[in-house]
Each structure stands twice: as C-alpha cells, then as structure tokens.
Design a protein around this ligand. Structure first.
Ligand SMILES: *Cc1c(COP(=O)(O)O)cnc(C)c1O
Length: 221
C-alpha cells in the first residue's frame, strides 16, 4: 500500500460507519485520488468549481463529488450537471442560482446551509437569523430544484479544544431548531457536515454525520 492508502485506511477505521467520510482532494492530482478510489472510497470533496469539473471529466463516473468551498453564483453552471452535494450555500442568491442551473439540467441538487459558528469573523457562513430568513422565504418555497439536507460549518482554526467543541455544539443546536421549525416531518434534513483533519474526532463526538478530511489522507497542501 502507498502512504496515501495507508493514511486513508487508518482514518476510515477511526470513523463510525454511520458517519460519512468525504475525502478532500483539492489541489491534489488525479493519481492521488485514484489511489483512494481503489480502496473503495467514492465521496470526494473539492473547493473550486473549475477544478471539480476538470476532475469529474477525467475520473470514474461513479465518484460522488462534493463542493465544499465558497461558490460564486456564476460558477454554479460548471458543476450543476453532476455535483452530489453542495456544502457551502451561504446566501439566498447562491441558492437561487443553484436552483436555476439544476432546473436546466432537469435535476434536484442537494445542498447544505453553511453556518457561521466560528468565533473568528473571517469565515463564510450564515447567521442563525439569516438561515431562518432563507428557509421561511417565499422565494425558497418556490424552488423546485434544490433540496436542503442539512448544515455545514467550519470551526475556528485554534488549538483550543473547548472552543472547537463549543462551536460544533452550537451547530447541533442550530440543526435541532431548524429541524423543528422547518423540517419536522422531513427525514431528508439529516446532515451535519463538520470536522476536518485537525478536529474530526471531536466533531464525531458532538454528532457529525459527515467529516471532510484532506491533509491527513493526501498530505499537506
Ligand atoms: C480544505 C477543506 C477541508 C479539509 O481540510 P483538511 O484540514 O486538509 O482536512 C474541509 N472542509 C473545507 C470547507 C475545506 O475547504
């Protein structure tokens, strides 16, 4: 086994089966992705639309591609035909663009709302109030080609485990509140995408359903 494959197997073993592992392959070459693919992994995450499209074109078609990075409305068209899940919806404008491109492709695109939970103010994401505004809006009610299946967040980049735990816990509270307010009888709203290389074990403890791990598998970028 190669180093990448050894890394992958080790991480895979440390994650409960109920938690989905998204292997974050941004900036990494196709060969590296194929090594992990050959271990059976099918969910990969990228953070740039054009890079995602280029990799989709080259690589096996049974890969589930996750868009995890900040997405501009005018770039949705590159990924709309095939993307499995967009983790980074942070405005109604973006959601609208996704709905439009999904309709052109006669499909429904699953999306997560990216929530701002980090105590630093540099990260993208919605406040709780903004997410309520989107989910309660008439514009959203009329969108037929997007489906919101949960929430995503990134914790503050810090060594402080208590702070990270507090932030992840905050996401689970937002999740419960939004579930009760807008998705009471809707089991498709079920995902909490949280946890990266440095903090995924903590995220799983707090209730993550989906972790996004890059550098621990593929090496540093
Ligand atoms: C890059 C990235 C990851 C993976 O980060 P690692 O620290 O390499 O595991 C996860 N989520 C998002 C949104 C990212 O941009």
């Amino acid at each position: 086994m190669s180093t990448i494959q050894t890394n992958f197997e080790k991480i895979k073993k440390s994650i409960p089966i109920r938690t989905k592992l998204v292997a974050v392959s941004k900036t990494k070459p196709m060969e590296d992705i194929m090594e992990v693919y050959h271990c059976g992994q099918r969910d990969f995450g990228e953070s740039k639309a054009q890079e995602l499209l280029a990799k989709y074109d080259e690589l096996p078609k049974d890969i589930n591609w996750h868009m995890i990075g900040h997405l501009q409305s005018n770039k949705v068209k590159y990924i709309a035909p095939f993307v499995k899940l967009i983790h980074s919806v942070d405005s109604l404008k973006l959601l609208n663009a996704i709905n439009k491109e999904a309709r052109k492709n006669s499909r429904v695109i699953d999306c997560l709302l990216q929530m701002h939970i980090a105590e630093e103010d540099t990260k993208f994401g919605l406040s709780y109030e903004e997410s309520v505004e989107i989910l309660g809006s008439e514009v959203y009610a009329n969108m037929k080609n997007v489906r919101i299946t949960g929430l995503m967040c990134m914790a503050t980049f810090t060594e402080n485990q208590d702070q990270i735990r507090r932030e992840f816990t905050q996401l689970t509270k937002y999740f419960t509140n939004l579930k009760n307010s807008f998705f009471m009888n809707d089991d498709t709203f079920c995902e909490k995408s949280m946890g990266m290389s440095d903090d995924y074990p903590l995220a799983i403890e707090v209730g993550s359903t989906m972790v996004r791990v890059g550098s621990l598998i593929f090496g540093s970028r």
